[in-house]
Write a protein that binds this ligand. Structure first.
Ligand SMILES: Nc1ncnc2c1ncn2[C@@H]1O[C@H](COP(=O)(O)OP(=O)(O)OP(=O)(O)O)[C@@H](O)[C@H]1O
Length: 530
């Protein structure tokens, strides 16, 4: 490709994406400069240590509470750590602050449980100040516990006759705002009595590009369908429901129980640091006069406070370089990214065999069960471990205070991956560094990849030869130990697969466990429905 073609700016296919609102035109604004901000929310924000709103928050405020008045659906593409969560949470909570009747009005969908927990915390820090309740549907607790949190049961008088039909009709959502992952959301839509999207006013799809790849039970088409008014769907009054759900269809633009008052349009907000521009993907969201808010001239932007370095190393000695680098960084909180679950496990095992290192290492990937993962993340947040070895899948959007360094142990394959990995540091204007370990033959491809981002200067760095060479004996012995460890693991596995009795035993145990889990779920559901 010639030079000219390299400088041709890619024009988005969707016309409304060609003239975005530039977030960089906005300045951070002290809370006192937002006259319409509810004083109770102002106080809650101050308690969180927030004195001013970041540019993306001011820009979204303008388009929602400000003159924009929520007239258009909002699409935000702004760097990692720029404060997108509060950018949508604050206007939604402000709008719902004066609601009279409790029902589910805002739904926020996120791709992972840890991310949903993080976002719930933000809502929980401000929503109670104006009397709103926030719920979580992520499968962290049993479905029964979750249902009892989300659904309000009618208080039956001691002498009132019990009719289950009546009880079903009286069940109501006990929260105003729900933060959910697609899987649990669909469970509730399909099976939880009284769970309804009928009154939903705000739908937030955070980490949109990631969520649009998540087709779990067609969650998005289902949510969109259940929140469309019957006149929009063209189905007249015939109610198309997912089996099991009760009142999930918005009625002809008029909200039930609000005495004929016209029901407001469902507002959608989609956000990411790497928002997709693919028309076929965006069309799934059925956006209403969408407005794009974006930062900078290029499609992707890295945080201003991020410093990037590339380190060329011999591929066979990569772990050595990594340890030497981590040693020079001292005990600073760092996250190391590999390309797969297997290499995350292998690398963290190898590093543990290095013996005494001046930092504690932890593994974080889909290989672990959720409770284990959450525990590891908690320890990392609290600074009990300083180095987290992780896969890409688990860390998007993760906000851990004090991460000073991101290390790409394996080169990211896409610029989007680089953006999200690097974005775990240099958040909220703090400084941070991103190191990428490269083989000589990867340098050109890496430089090309970075061209797609703003703030793309990435300088060569090197490690003192001594610091690398002095680790060689430790490295050799760690490699030996890793080999032995892997051999004994393979032997154990093959003993099981070659021993038919053991294999059968495992099968039986597994079947019994599965049956128990199924029983539990059925019992829990029965409990919730009675
Ligand atoms: N107005 C503010 N003042 C001070 N800190 C803030 C403000 N808004 C957000 N923060 C902090 O900035 C950090 C990043 O915010 P947030 O997680 O919302 O970023 P993000 O843009 O969603 O990032 P990502 O794209 O990685 O998900 C958080 O720790 C948050 O508490």
């Amino acid at each position: 490709m010639g030079d000219d073609s390299q400088h041709v700016k890619r024009v988005p296919h969707l016309p409304w994406m060609r003239n975005p609102v530039d977030i960089d035109q906005f300045e951070e604004r002290p809370l006192g400069f937002l006259p319409s901000l509810d004083s109770r929310l102002k106080e809650a924000l101050q308690k969180m240590g927030i004195q001013s709103l970041f540019p993306v928050q001011v820009a979204v405020w303008q388009e929602t509470i400000g003159p924009g008045a929520f007239e258009r659906d909002i699409c935000v593409n702004s760097p990692t750590g720029s404060g997108k969560t509060l950018a949508y949470a604050l206007p939604i909570v402000q709008m719902l602050a004066h609601r009279k009747i409790r029902c589910l009005r805002a739904l926020v969908v996120l791709p992972t449980r840890d991310l949903a927990l993080q976002v719930k915390e933000v809502f929980s820090a401000i929503a109670p100040a104006v009397g709103l309740r926030v719920g979580l549907a992520v499968g962290q607790s049993s479905i029964a516990d979750e249902i009892s949190e989300l659904i309000e049961r009618p208080k039956l008088g001691s002498c009132s006759p019990f009719d289950p039909e009546d009880v079903y009709m009286e069940l109501q959502t006990a929260v105003d705002i729900l933060v959910a992952t697609p899987g649990r959301l669909m469970d509730h839509i399909n099976m939880t009595k009284g769970f309804s999207l009928e009154h939903l006013c705000y739908l937030v799809v955070d980490e949109t590009d990631r969520l649009l790849r998540e087709a779990y039970q067609s969650w998005l088409p289902n949510v969109i369908r259940l929140t469309q008014s019957t006149d929009q769907t063209g189905h007249g009054t015939s109610v198309h429901m997912i089996p099991g759900s009760l009142t999930t269809m918005r009625r002809c633009g008029v909200e039930k129980g609000f005495k004929g008052k016209v029901y407001p349009r469902l507002v959608k907000m989609i956000l990411s640091a790497t928002l997709t521009q693919d028309p076929s993907k965006i069309s799934q969201l059925d956006l209403h006069h969408p407005l794009l808010l974006t930062s900078g001239a290029k499609r992707y932007k890295l945080p201003k406070s991020l410093e990037s370095f590339k380190l060329v190393c011999r591929s066979k000695l990569k772990p050595l370089y990594l340890v030497a680098l981590l040693q020079t960084l001292g005990a600073e909180k760092s996250i190391v990214f590999t390309s797969s679950v297997e290499s995350t496990h292998r690398l963290s095992t190898l590093l543990k065999f290095f013996g005494e290192l001046p930092f504690k290492i932890s593994e974080y990937s889909r290989r672990q069960r959720q409770p284990v993962r959450s525990k590891k993340l908690k320890a990392f947040r609290e600074g009990k471990t300083q180095v987290l070895i992780a896969t890409d899948a688990m860390t998007r959007g993760m906000d851990v205070e004090g991460i000073r360094n991101v290390i790409n142990y394996d080169m990211p394959a896409f610029v989007k991956t680089y953006i999200h990995r690097a974005g775990r540091t240099a958040r909220a204007g703090q400084s941070g560094r991103c190191f990428t370990l490269l083989r000589q033959d990867e340098v050109k491809r890496f430089n090309k990849l970075l061209e797609k981002a703003d703030n793309n200067s990435c300088i060569f760095d090197s490690l003192a030869t001594d610091s690398v060479e002095s680790l060689r004996p430790l490295y050799s012995s760690a490699l030996e130990k890793l080999k032995e460890h892997e051999q004994s693991w393979t032997a154990r596995k093959s003993r099981i697969s070659f021993n038919p009795e053991l294999k059968q035993l495992f099968k039986n145990v597994l079947t019994v466990k599965l049956c128990r889990i199924k029983d539990c779920i059925v019992r829990e559901r029965a409990l919730c429905l009675v």
